[in-house]
Design a protein around this ligand. Structure first.
Ligand code: GLU
Length: 447
């Protein structure tokens, strides 16, 4: 079999064994596609069932999460934790609470997480979890009861050396707090290293809240710099308005950019004069309201209900909402409107067709597994602080984050060049992330 046939055979096996999981198929297909280049040069990476083992999670947990709502009615949700690969360190990855969550989505996220975590250079394996619970419209007490019930099962599967969850969509500081409280009670120990994204007075790290958004902009800055450009004076569009989007907007504007639009699932807001970040934080983080409320209080901002944010003209686009939010048609519109750089803050926000359009049109594209690694990297820094019972200053932690993002950029760029695909950060990220994991798996034997 030649490499093309071998890779197609691996992919067919994945399709057969994981029916009905299109997002997982998409994530695997994208990585396998990049690996063709590696297997041509280093065929031994196909030995020892390495690729098949990599595509099969070490463990997958699915559990019932019963809880009682404010009306006294019993609600049943489904909980997941996919412990994908622990060859480099304890499983590490967020928990997502969103009605769309299913096993295939958690597997795609867990699979991506393996390579992302590898790229950080820190000792963390890959995992992901979550639930189809919808936090929207729930009371504070309902959120707490749900988090407690979720942790009542999850607690026996996690630990500082085993598996360290954190946040993702629908899980922020509040939810981590309720889950940590329940873990502490059930485990009868204050094991700070069991979760990251904790509150600052009980083991959390400064910069963790800002880290994913800041990290995307640090990565994108290096990418712009490599082409003789910078954020200073640039027009930027950011999709989403959650944790990643807010801090990407903040950092881009600190670097002199004007963020001309952001969005949520109800539509987008155009902000030709830039975003009032403090107001946005108040609307989203304090009031937990929709973006329409931002418009009511901000001068010059306009709400486009049901509108597509990718229609705005800009130099840089940062998709920071969710998977497959930017398709091939959107990519064409972006390129036609002058966007020359795209860096993904969300996990897999661009469809394969969109990525292909970016390649064709010469749009520089940073995939999420590299560009959004700042969140999990700072989680690993939180674990370091917990392990040494220390807490670092904002400046020091931010400096570490910035260095990590710059290193990831350099690794992606140089790996792409080594494999004769200069400027292709998708190939660079996939290959560099893969090789570190693969070498460790070969060294540790068939397990
Ligand atoms: N959910 C984030 C991600 O997609 C962060 C995970 C973590 O901090 O463990 O990488």
């Amino acid at each position: 079999m030649n490499v093309e046939e071998k890779v197609s055979d691996f992919y067919q096996q994945v399709l057969r064994r994981n029916a009905g999981e299109p997002e997982f198929h998409q994530a695997v297909s994208e990585v396998l596609d990049s690996l063709k280049v590696v297997l041509e040069k280093d065929p031994h990476y196909a030995d020892q069932g390495l690729i098949q083992r990599l595509c099969e999670p070490e463990r997958q947990l699915i559990f019932r999460v019963p809880w009682v709502d404010d009306q006294g009615v019993v609600q049943v949700n489904r909980g997941f934790r996919v412990q994908f690969n622990s060859v480099l360190g304890p499983y590490k990855g967020g928990l997502r609470f969103h009605p769309s969550v299913n096993l295939g989505i958690i597997k795609f996220l867990g699979f991506e997480q393996i390579f992302k975590n590898s790229l950080t250079g820190l000792p963390i394996g890959g995992g992901k979890g979550g639930s189809d619970f919808d936090p929207k419209g729930k009371s504070e007490l309902e959120i707490m009861r749900f988090c407690q019930s979720f942790m009542t099962e999850l607690h026996r599967h996690i630990g500082e050396y085993r598996d360290v969850p954190a946040g993702d969509i629908g899980v922020g500081g509040r939810e981590i707090g309720y889950m940590f409280g329940q873990y502490r009670r059930l485990a009868n120990q204050h094991e700070s290293g069991v979760l990251t994204g904790k509150g600052l007075t009980w083991g959390g790290s400064l910069v963790r809240t800002e880290a994913t958004g800041y990290g995307v902009v640090y990565f994108a800055s290096k990418m712009l710099e490599a082409h003789g450009e910078s954020f200073d004076g640039a027009k930027v569009i950011v999709s989403g308005s959650g944790n990643v989007a807010i801090y990407a907007i903040e950092k881009a504007q600190q670097l002199g950019a004007t963020v001309v639009g952001f969005s949520d699932s109800s539509g987008y807001v155009s902000t030709p004069n830039g975003v009032d970040v403090e107001l946005l934080k108040d609307v989203k983080e304090v009031r937990r309201a929709r973006v329409a409320e931002y418009v009511a209080a901000a001068e010059g901002a306009e709400f486009h209900e049901g509108g597509n944010i990718w229609e705005l003209a800009a130099d840089v686009a940062l998709p920071c909402a969710t998977q497959n939010e930017l398709n091939g048609e959107d990519a064409k519109v972006l390129a036609a409107n002058g966007v020359r750089y795209v860096a993904e803050g969300a996990n897999m926000p661009s469809t394969p067709e969109a990525v292909e359009v970016f390649r064709e049109k010469g749009v520089n594209f940073a995939p999420g597994k590299a560009a959004n690694a700042g969140g999990v990297a700072t989680s690993a820094l939180e674990m370091q602080q917990n392990a040494t019972r220390d807490s670092w200053s904002f400046e020091y932690t931010d400096e570490r984050l910035q260095k990590i993002m710059e290193n990831i950029f350099t690794t992606c760029a140089s790996t792409a060049a080594t494999y004769d695909h200069e400027g292709d950060y998708v190939i660079g990220a996939n290959i560099a992330g893969f090789k570190k994991v693969a070498n460790a798996m070969l060294a540790q034997g068939i397990v």
